[in-house]
Design a protein around this ligand. Structure first.
Ligand code: NAD
Ligand code: 89Y
Length: 342
């Protein structure tokens, strides 16, 4: 059965979402909506979408939708979530899920009340290099993860110039990118119990932090070091590659630059590649992020079809967001923050 959907928010990143929807079988994006009429019109023309709207209620009154894909910034999510949950429309919503934990919890409870599916578009764990790492863990029977180092460091302005709203945020890099990296630490080592974070501002164009280093404790006794920076000069530049090292009781895996993955076990060293698929609309340096949107959409749709809870449901994402806000507390008070303390 073909599912009908709409995109809400026709800004910078929505173009990637639409290209990715075009890769997925049995899906039709029948309408788009943006407060800015010009953007809604040019987006619908570019992608040959039948209808455009500037008001979500009107979109829902006039279209018969199976789902919506919300690609707006975080401060809009509570008001949009109120409308969509009340009308029981299955929703995929971009990160950051909300600008504080209270709003995120409110959105989750609204969707729970009307039994409406809600997934956060947390796409880093759906990047092919990261999915390959996870697959190799199983293939090589690596057990009991005890350490991870997850790093996103670059100095490429393309990582923020398309997203001008980032400059004025009091809280920038942890909310924008840290959220992905904390999610990855949970993906590889399981739930977290505490975090200690030190922030830096290395670029005065930004109000908020432009670099951070976090130490996370996990329930299984494991530890993660998570760091990001937009001022890390290297040749070639590393944007937008997340470099990961996971150590297990019986081996380790390194995901290095250029999607090179090395698996180590006693007496064994194997090289693998984790390149994203080459799709027509994908180009460096965004390739693995762009391709992950297809994988994330697929997860959203297949869970809807199977009536399964999404791996990155709203409720699940609150656990990653808790690390984000605990990190800001940690940096402010210069102390380790227990996640159940706040
Ligand atoms: P943007 O500002 O370019 O676009 C957002 C659009 O939403 C704007 O056109 C705005 O008019 C519209 N909008 C806001 N409120 C609306 C409402 N109530 N109804 C209809 N339209 C509304 O933002 P962007 O750069 O496209 O980013 C969108 C989100 O995507 C952000 O949260 C950002 O963090 C996220 N993002 C994620 C990734 C990723 O890899 N996951 C990468 C880039 C951006
Ligand atoms: O907004 C960020 C994200 O979510 O992924 C990359 C990004 O676009 C900028 O670093």
């Amino acid at each position: 059965m073909k599912l009908k959907g709409a995109i809400i928010g026709c800004g910078f990143f929505a173009h990637n979402h639409m290209q990715a929807w075009n890769e997925i079988k049995n899906i039709e994006i029948v309408a788009v909506c943006d407060l800015d009429k010009k953007k809604a019109i040019s987006f619908s023309k570019k992608f040959k979408i039948a209808h455009y709207y500037t008001d979500i209620n009107k979109l829902l009154d006039l279209e018969n939708l199976d789902f919506v894909d919300v690609v707006t910034t975080m401060e809009t999510h509570l008001s949009i979530g109120k409308i969509l949950s009340k009308r029981k429309v299955a929703t995929s919503i971009q990160k950051p899920f909300a600008e504080n934990l209270q709003d995120a919890k409110k959105i989750v409870s609204l969707y729970e009340k009307t039994k409406t599916p809600l997934m956060v578009h947390e796409n880093f764990r759906w990047q092919t290099p990261l999915m390959t790492l996870k697959k190799l863990e199983k293939q090589y029977q690596l057990k009991k993860p005890q350490y991870s180092k997850i790093s996103f460091r670059h100095a490429n302005p393309v990582g923020y110039t398309n997203q001008a709203y980032l400059y004025d945020l009091e809280e920038y890099l942890i909310l924008d990118v840290g959220i992905h990296l904390y999610d990855l630490s949970r993906f590889f080592l399981g739930e977290a119990t505490s975090v200690y974070t030190i922030n830096q501002n290395t670029n005065k164009k930004f109000k908020g932090e432009t670099a951070f280093t976090s130490l996370v404790r996990h329930e299984n006794g494991g530890v993660s070091i998570i760091d990001a920076s937009i001022s890390s000069i290297k040749t070639p530049d590393r944007f937008a590659q997340t470099l990961v090292n996971v150590e297990y009781e019986n081996g380790s895996i390194d995901l290095d630059y250029d999607y090179n993955i090395t698996v180590h076990k006693k007496g064994l060293k194997k090289l693998h590649k984790g390149n994203p698929r080459k799709l027509k609309w994908i180009s460096k340096p965004w390739d693995q992020i762009q391709e992950s949107i297809v994988n994330t959409h697929n997860h959203f749709i297949s869970c809807l079809n199977m009536k399964r809870v999404h791996d990155t449901s709203g409720a699940d994402n609150i656990k990653s967001l808790s690390l984000v806000f605990a990190s800001y507390q940690s940096n402010k008070h210069r102390k380790e923050i227990q996640l159940n303390e706040k």
